[in-house]
Design a protein around this ligand. Structure first.
Ligand code: NAI
Ligand code: 5RP
Length: 299
């Protein structure tokens, strides 16, 4: 199949490479000319502009967008729109908000598939997990490409109608936050607790047969191996947060309690306070107010 890929960064390049490896023809475009040149070296047909891109695709276009979520998707769709019709298929493989995806599915002239993509750049060799929403015929049509980009046929599925793919990926990311927080708390107790432990060894042991083994735990093992048990110079600051915020907002609107996901998100926000958490500093001062407990002060 001929596949057009727009966005050749960390994730889009993997989509292009895996499609090429499976024997598909790839037409590739990115606003970064160097990224286009690099994927051309790998066997893709380079497009120097969006006009060149759509011209090379011809009729019955199959297009995979892998650009940052938000304005970049709308900008790419606005440029593509005059060239699309209802026989074409557009896949958004980024972390878009599911409500943006349902809106785009209604307004895009082509069939629109919202595709939650999990695995990250580390899954270049193994393939991704793909959670897809949108019309069944379009999902069936793109299945050979999904087989190639995912771990295989078991690595992708149609979740339901428009929006459902990105909805499932949003919740996936909420779970990701909570799991990271749970591992973080456990290792913090081990790090600060009674025994002088080699945390790489703990993680390796857990990864071999323990109930809590997982890929995230393998990444913990890798982090301790590379940074040391004390995590060396790794800062107490966690970026990101958009998909976790959406998960919590959606849980509130559905009145579903998600305290673990909320706590993990709040910990991230708390990690970014410039001078330590204001709330913790106030609690420190209040203990003096009611109990005359000594106030710990920074230098
Ligand atoms: N990095 C990760 O671990 C994961 C990322 N995602 C999602 O995948 C999407 C892409 O992420 P990354 O590849 O990590 O980002 P990236 O920043 O590495 O790459 C984005 C690419 O899109 C290009 N681009 C931006 N606007 C464009 C436009 N209008 N036309 C053509 N090219 C354009 C940029 O030049 C860049 O090469 C995002 O929505 C992200 O949230 C999803 C799962 C995992
Ligand atoms: O989707 C992903 C993994 O599944 C991306 O890595 C995403 O960036 C993670 O979310 P955050 O940036 O909020 O940590």
């Amino acid at each position: 199949m001929q596949l057009g890929v727009i966005g050749l960064g960390r994730m889009g390049r993997i989509v292009a490479d895996r499609a090429l490896d499976a024997g598909h023809e790839v037409v590739a475009f990115d606003v970064d000319a160097e990224a286009v040149a690099a994927v051309a070296d790998a066997g893709a047909d380079p497009a120097g502009s969006l006009a060149d891109f759509v011209e090379q695709l011809g009729t019955e276009k199959r297009i995979w967008l892998m650009v940052p979520a938000g304005d970049a998707i709308d900008a790419a769709l606005a440029d593509l729109e005059p060239h699309l019709d209802d026989e074409d298929v557009v896949v958004d493989g980024g972390n878009s908000h599911f409500e943006d995806s349902t809106r785009r599915a209604e307004t895009t002239p082509a069939a629109y598939l919202d595709c939650g993509t999990s695995g990250g750049p580390a899954s270049a060799e193994a393939g991704f997990s793909l959670m897809i929403g949108g019309p069944e015929w379009a999902y069936d049509e793109l299945t050979p490409v999904f087989d190639a980009v995912a771990t295989g046929p078991a690595g992708h599925a149609r979740m339901g109608p428009a929006g459902s793919g990105h909805y499932v990926k949003m919740v996936h990311n909420g779970v990701e936050y909570a799991l990271m927080e749970a591992y973080g708390e456990g290792f913090e107790l081990l790090s600060d607790g009674r025994y002088d432990l080699d945390l790489e060894s703990v993680a390796r042991t857990w990864n071999n047969g323990a109930v809590i083994r997982s890929w995230l735990l393998e990444l913990c093992e890798e982090a301790f191996a590379e940074e040391g048990s004390d995590l060396g110079t790794v800062a107490d600051r966690v970026e990101g947060g958009s998909t976790g915020t959406w998960t919590v907002q959606e849980a509130l609107s559905q009145e579903v309690p998600v305290p673990l996901i909320y706590t993990a998100l709040a910990e991230r926000f708390g990690s970014r306070a410039a001078n330590g958490r204001f709330a913790r500093r106030l609690a420190n001062r209040l203990r003096y107010g009611f109990g005359r407990h000594e106030v710990a002060r920074s230098e």
